[in-house]
Design a protein around this ligand. Structure first.
Ligand code: ZN
Length: 497
């Protein structure tokens, strides 16, 4: 462990605080490649736990995993007009396949071999609609081949100059689901189904409350008919788009000639959806829960859910408390808890507490000689509070404590979000809100792109979603927040990542 360093207080500088939490917990690091990050073991473990939970949900709803190439012929990207426009400015391109020695030394020792130029440059995938639907065209012939429900876990590259660990990096990890359906209704149901899975995952596993709804045209995915999203409010009151699902209509099916024969013998284009969540979720998890002592990991996604820290002064005490620590560890492991026993001799208990707190471990079990005598441990929660826990029955008490912590994190985050939500605001209140603490502002929207652009220019806020019915205000707003024309929908505005 590197020398303990101070974490910049969250209230002082949120962005510095966020970076400090990541560095101190050893979740990720900057890489020698500008714009790219290294995900360290603890951060990667959180991602693996996320993957496992989501993958089970995808499988349970009939989706299967596959893998497609990282390279896409440049001409593929050009086939869907909106799509190419959306991604043209952030692609990495492979144009050559060889280097050659120059005879010089140092940085100039190798140069691009001009004779190795590719006839057609390859794009490093920014997303895989094009190559996947080129394959769908080959695999789908009849209505019997539908629906085709695939997902892939992979990396994608979207060129970025500004790096924000987990939030904005040139290369990131994600899953992208791609499906083909016989009817528009089935594609719409699929986009909705996955949005529900994402929401369930965010709330049940990440303890991160989200709003769901549809994106406006200016915020939708390049090439989609409709984009749905889940949006969360971070502790700096900025919105985070945490996952999107797209009803792609027949745009890609037409561009890639993905057709099927109906039961009646007619030839029709399929209807596609795509959907994804990425390592950005790790950033969302950090920004939703953590504090000035470091990471707070919700128990369901915590790489270490409980750490046992024995406390001793003499060798005799050491053997006594470590013996009990071993028993507790074995019992909790058996109960399915991810548990560590910290027997390091070179650190005092206080230093160990500090380190495990920074790493976000939800539950710390302290065992001193007096605790052993009393048949208990002292259970300290990462979210605050210490109380004795009887050794007898610890296999039930520890999981119960973790469940309480998980539920408490969700309740706290949800309450925070509601405290930073503004409903039914006038234009003046809206401007003050966005200039002040910020948050989710619910207001009427005329549907006009001009109002969206003007509000963005004035406040930096964008429409996160036109919320689903359960998130809407009890009374529908009658006029547009900005232009006073009749409202066509309620919109949720926020400054966002
Ligand atoms: Zn308007």
């Amino acid at each position: 462990m590197a020398q303990a360093q101070r974490i910049t207080p969250r209230a002082q500088d949120f962005s510095e605080w966020y970076n400090d939490v990541i560095m101190q917990a050893e979740l990720a690091d900057y890489s020698p490649v500008r714009g790219c990050m290294v995900i360290r073991p603890l951060g990667y473990r959180i991602w693996e736990l996320m993957q496992r939970a989501l993958d089970d949900m995808f499988a349970a709803t009939g989706h299967r995993n596959a893998y497609f190439p990282v390279f896409i012929p440049m001409s593929f990207l050009a086939k869907e007009a909106e799509h190419v426009e959306g991604f043209a400015k952030e692609v990495a391109l492979v144009t050559h396949t060889r280097l050659k020695a120059t005879g010089k030394t140092g940085a100039g020792a190798v140069a691009v071999d001009p004779s190795s130029a590719l006839d057609e440059p390859l794009v490093v995938r920014p997303t895989s609609e094009t190559i996947i639907y080129a394959m769908f065209a080959k695999w789908i012939q009849s209505y019997r081949d539908l629906p085709l429900l695939l997902n892939q876990w992979c990396n994608v590259v979207r060129w970025e100059l500004r790096t924000r660990l987990f939030l904005r990096t040139t290369e990131f990890l994600w899953q992208e689901g791609h499906t083909a359906h016989a009817t528009e209704g089935e594609a719409e149901a699929e986009a909705r189904l996955i949005l529900g899975i994402y929401r369930n995952f965010a709330e049940e596993w990440m303890a991160m409350p989200v709003l769901t709804g549809v994106k406006t045209d200016s915020e939708k995915f390049a090439g989609a008919l409709r984009t749905y999203a889940m949006e969360a409010l971070m502790q700096d009151n900025k919105g985070l788009q945490a996952g999107t699902t797209h009803n792609l209509g027949q745009n890609f099916a037409k561009a890639f000639e993905v057709k099927y024969q109906t039961a009646a013998g007619a030839l029709e284009h399929v209807w596609n959806t795509s959907w994804g969540v990425s390592t950005r979720l790790v950033g969302g998890l950090i920004m939703t829960h953590s504090d000035d002592n470091g990471l707070i990991a919700p128990p369901k996604l915590a790489p270490v859910q409980a750490v046992i820290v024995p406390i001793w002064k003499t060798d005799q005490e050491r053997s006594q408390v470590s013996g009990v620590g071993d028993q507790v560890k074995a019992a909790l492991s058996k109960a399915g808890i991810r548990v560590e026993l910290d027997l390091r001799d070179n650190l005092k208990p206080g230093a160990k507490y500090f380190e495990w707190e920074a790493k976000g471990v939800p539950l710390r079990l302290e065992i001193g000689p007096r605790d052993v005598a009393a048949g208990q441990v002292v259970a300290a929660r990462r979210t605050g509070g210490k109380s004795p826990m009887r050794l007898e029955g610890i296999v039930a008490a520890a999981p119960a404590a973790l469940q309480e912590i998980q539920a408490g994190l969700f309740a706290t985050a949800k309450q925070r979000r509601e405290e930073h939500s503004l409903r039914g605001a006038t234009k003046q209140q809206f401007l003050e809100f966005m200039k002040g603490s910020g948050g989710f502002a619910y207001a009427g929207f005329c549907g006009g792109g001009e109002c969206e652009a003007a509000i963005k220019a004035a406040t930096g806020a964008t429409i996160r979603v036109l919320p689903d019915p359960e998130f809407r205000s009890p009374e529908a707003p009658k006029t547009c927040l900005w232009c006073d024309e009749p409202s066509v929908a309620e919109a949720v505005w926020a400054q966002a990542y």
